[in-house]
Write a protein that binds this ligand. Structure first.
Ligand SMILES: C[S@@+](CC[C@H](N)C(=O)[O-])C[C@H]1O[C@@H](n2cnc3c(N)ncnc32)[C@H](O)[C@@H]1O
Length: 260
């Protein structure tokens, strides 16, 4: 990878490390109610058994889990300790585990496996295949894995966005800029600028680079099938997706001979 596509050397993605404490002002929990309800319906529709357990790989601040935990016992995995700390505060009744979605093996299975937007951080086909293999290893027979990348290559459009919210005495606003470099690699960049205003009114400006994977939908479907799942693409129009024609992917781990 050329230097210009790397996250800040030695710092990784700052939003999930030293800036994690600001995360809830970037993406408030309330914004997840609608999509979590949609995910729950899909899990319930496609599972061959009534779903009771969920593994969330790359669970971040636990904003989907905050809703899904009402009917599912949730196990929440993330690569960054600071995000798990945040997640524990929001979802103390859930199980939290530090781990990498590409390699973690818990030695047990779940009715549902969710790999939400965090799967967008898989920037090579090898990493994507490893993550899908992790999902398969943890999906019970009759269960469903769900993958919801921010973009696939056919629908990606460069663009910008902005947002943020106010907290107790402090506030965050951000600007994001999505673009594709000329490296020829299957990835795009989201450069984020944060304005962080503290209790005293002082404002700090921070740049944080996120390098994300961008693969054709056929690659997604082929890899989900190659892992052992039956793949399905589901249309999903939601305010969090700026492009039209957004789809998420399901991997069904069928019990042979059994209908839903
Ligand atoms: C946008 S957040 C996820 C938010 C989450 N979907 C929710 O419902 O709140 C992305 C998360 O992916 C995590 N992540 C990135 N790469 C990962 C990996 N290889 N394994 C596990 N987690 C990873 C980051 O640490 C970050 O917490």
């Amino acid at each position: 990878m050329s230097d210009k596509l790397e996250t800040t050397p030695g710092q990784g993605i700052r939003l999930y490390r030293d800036l994690a404490d600001w995360y809830q002002l970037l993406t408030p929990v309330e914004d997840y109610a609608e999509e979590a309800a949609f995910y729950r319906r899909l899990f319930e529709t496609h599972c061959q058994l009534p779903p009771r357990t969920l593994l969330d790989l790359g669970s971040g601040g636990g904003h989907n889990a905050a809703y899904l935990k009402a009917t599912l016992a949730c196990t929440l995995v993330d690569l960054e300790p600071a995000m798990l700390t945040l997640n524990r505060q929001l979802n103390p009744e859930c199980e939290h585990i530090l781990g990498d979605m590409r390699s973690i093996r818990l030695g047990r299975t779940f009715d549902n496996v969710l790999v939400h937007d965090a799967v967008s951080y898989m920037t090579t086909r090898a990493d994507l295949a490893s993550t899908i293999a992790t999902a398969f290893a943890h999906t019970a027979p009759g269960g469903v894995a769900m993958f919801d990348p921010d973009y696939v290559s056919g629908t990606f459009e460069p663009g910008t966005g902005s947002g943020g919210s106010d907290g107790k005495g402090r506030a965050l606003r951000f600007f994001e800029w999505r673009w594709i470099s000329d490296t020829g690699k299957e990835m795009y960049v989201t450069d984020m600028a944060f304005l962080l205003r503290d209790e005293a009114g002082a404002v700090e400006v921070i740049h944080d680079r996120h390098v994300m994977g961008l693969f054709p939908r056929t690659v997604w479907l082929d890899m989900i099938a190659a892992a052992g799942f039956e793949p399905i693409a589901i249309p999903f129009e939601h305010s969090s997706h700026t492009e039209s024609g957004h789809e998420l992917f399901l991997g069904l781990r069928r019990i042979p001979g059994r209908r839903i």
